[in-house]
Design a binder for this molecule. Structure first.
Ligand SMILES: NC(=O)c1ccc[n+]([C@@H]2O[C@H](COP(=O)([O-])OP(=O)(O)OC[C@H]3O[C@@H](n4cnc5c(N)ncnc54)[C@H](OP(=O)(O)O)[C@@H]3O)[C@@H](O)[C@H]2O)c1
Length: 254
């Protein structure tokens, strides 16, 4: 038996229409999982859906959903049930950042970042809990950040949300271990995506400064997250729960 096979399992990937989420969706699909891509942008959803279907031949749907809306979250999971079945794997990846000095962050900024990066992960996890119980187990993979470890003077809300997701991971892991649900977190380092491309435009020299500190000598690509995500989504990690794994080319230990 292949401990890394996801054949016949249904995975929901929030923010799966681009960047890190798409990198993870590809890895899970390559192991045979049926995929539900969750995102707001319907054009990106459609392009990602086509790519996954054509490359991997697995069942795949894309659902337009704002993860900060409870109604949308419920609708996304209902559509997944109707078209793919009960959810065995959840990847809470959708995320945003708003870069400002803390004294300039508005209440709306704070709420937008916390609702997207942290509250949505809780809503989706609660929503799929009964699926995983019915299936006899499940896997939840949260996405943290280097900001789960380090403070960020220009992104206090983001860092708070990414610190919070590590503690949410530990708490769900302990609470749901008896249901054979493993909950873990990946902490990406500097990965080339739309999010960091915007940061590079806003902060001159960011790319070079980060690069100089990465022992691997390069920024990561979204597919660099695939192997760790596949491990955490598969039976290979059945005795691993509550941990946060940096995937950062050595950045956090340098
Ligand atoms: N890139 C890095 O270096 C890095 C490092 C550490 C952690 N991360 C984390 O990795 C995750 C993915 O980031 P990324 O770098 O891949 O950024 P990205 O390319 O900007 O992707 C963000 C994804 O989140 C989705 N999203 C954002 N708000 C949403 C909402 N309200 N409802 C539904 N979907 C929403 C976007 O979909 P739509 O465009 O359709 O809204 C998109 O698919 C985030 O949690 C981020 O914090 C990234």
């Amino acid at each position: 038996m292949n401990a890394f096979s996801l054949s016949g399992r249904v995975a929901v990937v929030t923010g799966g229409n681009g960047g890190i989420g798409l990198g993870i969706a590809r890895a899970l699909a390559s192991a045979g999982a049926a995929i539900c891509i969750v995102g707001r942008n319907e054009q990106k959803n459609e392009v990602a859906r086509e790519e996954i279907r054509n490359r991997f031949g697995v069942p795949v749907i894309a659902v337009r959903c704002d993860v900060t809306s409870e109604d949308d979250v419920h609708r996304a999971i209902e559509e997944t049930h109707d078209k793919l079945g009960l959810v065995r794997i959840l990847v809470n990846n959708a995320g945003i950042n708003i870069r400002k000095q803390p004294e300039q962050l508005t209440r709306e900024d704070w709420d937008a970042v916390l609702n997207t990066n942290l509250t949505a992960a809780m809503l989706f996890s609660q929503r799929v809990f009964s699926d995983m119980c019915q299936l006899g187990g499940g896997k939840i993979i949260n996405i943290g950040s280097m900001a789960s470890i380090f403070g960020l003077p220009f992104a206090a809300a983001y860092a708070a949300s990414k610190g919070g997701i590590v503690q949410l991971t530990k708490s769900l892991a302990i609470a749901w271990a008896k249901h054979n649900i493993q909950v873990n977190c990946i902490l990406p380092g500097w990965i080339v995506t739309e999010l960091t491309n915007r940061a590079r435009e806003e902060i001159p020299g960011l790319y070079e400064r980060a690069l100089a500190r990465i022992p691997a000598g390069r920024w990561g690509e979204p597919d660099d997250l695939g192997g760790t995500a596949l491990f955490l989504a598969s039976d290979a990690s059945n005795y691993v729960t509550g941990v946060s794994i940096p995937v950062d080319g050595g950045y956090s230990v340098a």
